[in-house]
Write a protein that binds this ligand. Structure first.
Ligand code: BGC
Length: 740
């Protein structure tokens, strides 16, 4: 449909019908008994004199039959015949689930991330979905915050590349909504990942310099990749709730970033303007949000009950409503809904090859899990060894993370299944060993657990321990599958104690006391503090939540059929007191020096080192990689020139493997004090055992620019140190360059 036809539709709508396009409701409003996922507090909406058949969009109707029935009935009963648009949280999988985003970021393989998103989009497309509320690209430096699992971690380079890859994967090339695509919705604008003290929905307070330099670039990257929608955030930013923040949403997002797609609230965030004390009542909230540029009101009655009276009273300019409705119509048009409201549902090529999903799922598992420790080459395991696979995650399918509500649990490969496929099953012994935690009550979310509830029942801990001990005694080696329950992270999953639950620590200590090698495999949605248990493991593989097929990749690594290559996208603190901890920390006038640890007046703690347990970028392999011979083609360069820095990387191990070469820059003197280092580029490379490859990173002037205290992007002439490193604390290989 052409633009003038859309304008014609817009002109033909009554004010009620226009407002309806800006309202989003869940499935049960249209059809009783619709399977739906509540991701927010369930309150009565209080719709007044509202015609359901004016509504523009529906949220989280994930069952294809329900979706078809709703669209059908809607189109029969609506006067204007504009199809509903269906939007859902299809965050990193629909029925097939890939690893959680934080794990995906640990692959540093943005091509793979894009391919994964493409598969997710195809699967959801065939189920009639139109829009996914993904990617979430909130940069995060605080693992207490439950939603770290959903984010790409702490780094700007990783966040921007992740954002681009996801949008391209969901929407197709150049964001053009190609065949079998979904429209993507980047969220949560802005800075939702920085709540004070890591507490969910908490306030965010930061300088414009920080905001522009660290937190905004990933959303911007999604907008530049032509993302179709943006979602507001629940938090306040410097006192003003994001959903009603005109500067953020109009000045920055619309005018500066040039975003011309649909801007939707987060779940009921518009009504929360009242709770924030920023709007007097719902009517005031409607006006504020509309003026701030919010097009769609997700799951409240604020727009439906109040926009009309605001316009009629002359308190709201009708052109704001017209502009918002036009954007919604444009999105429907871009998706082809006017031509086919059942987009995807009737596509005859209905199924994606399962083999393709398995292949990517296994590859993701192999590349996202991070080998944190491997003393005396405990891993890989010998094929002949008798292995006790113990722990609450040994046979547990609840390993997809909180944002996987439509997961097909029947296909999930448990660790047991994955290991039985690659080891001789006769050599494997299994035991649950421990509860995940001793009290699930505080975790909540029981409404959405459905038929998973059996997995969240507390069992007799002593009996579990005794049984595990008896089984482990028969084995040569113990693989301990530990972790957090899926609902300990995700939305509303903030914690002050991010150590492993004490019942599982008890299991670990019991297993350790048997004197056999203990290998940990940890399933979780956040970096845990491992300081109290790390020494008890001979080897430790951090699996995150690996999704439907990830455990096959994990089993391949345990068996030595694959070589670990994941690298941390987030720093691992030693204890909670170090949080927030991140690699690109700012400099201090009194930096700690290794030689003066006993000296009081430096920037440090008196009861703990400044160092994390594992730094950003860290990840072991069964091979070792030696870096030498760092070079540059320009030790002096001008603004217009590209410079190349290269290094020789040798695989000195016995196994072929991949690693992630990381290029960091240190800016010596600037208009503001700059971070100690910043990641500018990564290269994931495969190197055969014994082989050497030269790895190069090309840098342009953009890599040396930063936002100054006025929020302006600038660069300064002078000296920079460039590091080619294996992780953020590896400063062994560096070279000086000078911008002239
Ligand atoms: C979350 C969003 C999500 C929305 C819809 C909210 O609670 O913050 O990320 O997309 O619910 O389910």
């Amino acid at each position: 449909m052409k633009h003038n036809q859309l304008m014609h539709i817009l002109d033909s709508l009554t004010l009620d019908q226009k407002i309806g396009q800006l309202v989003q409701l869940s499935g049960e409003f249209f059809k009783e008994g619709t399977q739906t996922t509540e991701t927010g507090p369930s309150t009565k909406l209080g719709l007044e004199n509202y015609n359901i058949y004016n509504t523009g969009s529906a949220i989280n109707v994930t069952n294809a039959q329900d979706l078809r029935a709703i669209q059908n009935e809607y189109l029969e009963k609506t006067e204007h015949k504009i199809p509903l648009i269906f939007m859902a949280d299809i965050i990193y999988g629909f029925e097939t689930i890939f690893p959680i985003p934080l794990a995906q970021a640990c692959t540093f393989d943005f091509e793979l991330i894009q391919q994964g998103a493409k598969i997710v989009a195809e699967e959801a497309y065939y189920a009639g979905q139109h829009v996914t509320f993904s990617p979430m690209v909130d940069l995060v430096r605080d693992p207490r915050w439950g939603r770290v699992m959903e984010s790409p971690g702490e780094d700007v380079y990783v966040g921007t590349n992740f954002a681009r890859a996801m949008v391209n994967g969901f929407q197709g090339k150049d964001g053009k909504l190609g065949p079998k695509s979904l429209a993507a919705c980047v969220k949560h604008f802005a800075a939702y990942g920085a709540p004070v003290a890591g507490r969910e929905y908490g306030a965010v307070d930061m300088s414009e310099q920080q905001l522009r330099e660290v937190y905004l670039p990933s959303y911007r990257a999604a907008v530049d990749a032509n993302v179709k929608l943006v979602m507001t955030a629940f938090n306040t930013l410097n006192g003003i709730p994001a959903t009603g923040n005109k500067w953020l949403n109009r000045t920055l997002l619309r005018n500066e970033f040039g975003f011309d797609g649909v801007f939707i609230t987060d779940y009921a965030a518009i009504k929360e303007l009242v709770q924030h004390g920023y709007a007097e009542d719902d009517c005031d909230a409607a006006r504020i949000a509309m003026e701030a540029g919010v097009d769609i009101d997700m799951k409240t009655s604020v727009y439906s009950n109040h926009l009309k009276s605001l316009v009629e009273a002359g308190q709201l300019d009708i052109t704001l409503i017209d502009e918002a409705v036009l954007r919604v119509l444009e999105l429907k048009n871009d998706l082809g809904l006017f031509e086919n409201p059942y987009r995807g549902l009737d596509d005859p090529n209905s199924q994606i090859d399962e083999g393709k999903k398995i292949e990517k799922g296994v590859e993701f598992g192999e590349k996202s899990a991070v080998l944190l420790k491997n003393d005396n080459q405990t891993l890989p395991l010998s094929a002949a060894a008798k292995i006790a696979v113990i722990g609450p995650f040994a046979e547990n399918p609840a390993i997809v993370g909180m944002w996987a509500f439509s997961a097909d649990y029947h296909r999930i490969v448990t660790l047991r299944k994955g290991m039985e496929d690659v080891f001789n099953p006769e050599n494997l012994i299994f035991a649950e060993g421990s509860n995940i935690m001793m009290d699930y009550n505080r975790v909540g979310f029981s409404d959405n657990i459905g038929n998973l509830s059996a997995l969240f029942q507390v069992k007799d801990q002593e009996q579990l321990l005794d049984d595990a001990e008896a089984k482990a005694k028969e084995a040569d080696i113990i693989v301990l599958a530990l972790g957090e329950s899926m609902f300990e992270s995700g939305e509303g999953g903030s914690k002050t104690n991010i150590h492993l639950a004490s019942c599982q620590v008890e299991l670990l200590k019991r297993m350790k006391s048997l004197g056999k090698p203990v290998i940990g495999v940890i399933y979780t949605g956040r970096p845990l503090c491992l300081d109290n248990i790390i020494d008890d493991f001979d080897a430790l593989l951090y699996a995150w939540y690996p999704g439907t097929y990830g455990n096959s990749g994990i089993a391949n690594m345990l068996a030595g059929k694959a070589n670990p290559s994941g690298h941390l996208a987030m720093t691992f603190p030693k204890n909670e007191g170090q949080i927030p901890i991140y690699y690109n920390t700012y400099r201090s006038g009194r930096p700690i020096r290794s030689e003066d640890v006993a000296y009081r007046f430096t920037s440090r703690y008196i009861d703990q080192t400044n160092q994390p347990l594992f730094p950003f970028g860290f990840g072991l392999s069964y091979s070792e990689f030696r870096y030498d011979n760092i070079k540059t083609d320009h030790s002096e360069f001008k603004e217009s020139e590209l410079i190349t820095v290269s290094i020789d990387v040798t695989n000195t191990g016995l196994m072929d493997g991949e690693t992630v070469v990381q290029c960091y820059v240190h800016d010596h003197i600037a208009q503001i004090s700059r971070p100690v280092i910043e990641l500018k580029q990564t290269k994931r490379i495969f190197i055969k055992a014994g082989e050497t490859k030269t790895v190069s990173c090309g840098l342009s002037i953009d890599d040396f620019k930063y936002h100054n205290d006025k929020g302006t992007k600038v660069y300064d002439k002078g000296q920079f140190t460039i590091y080619m490193a294996q992780h953020a604390e590896d400063r062994a290989n560096h070279i000086e360059v000078r911008l002239v």
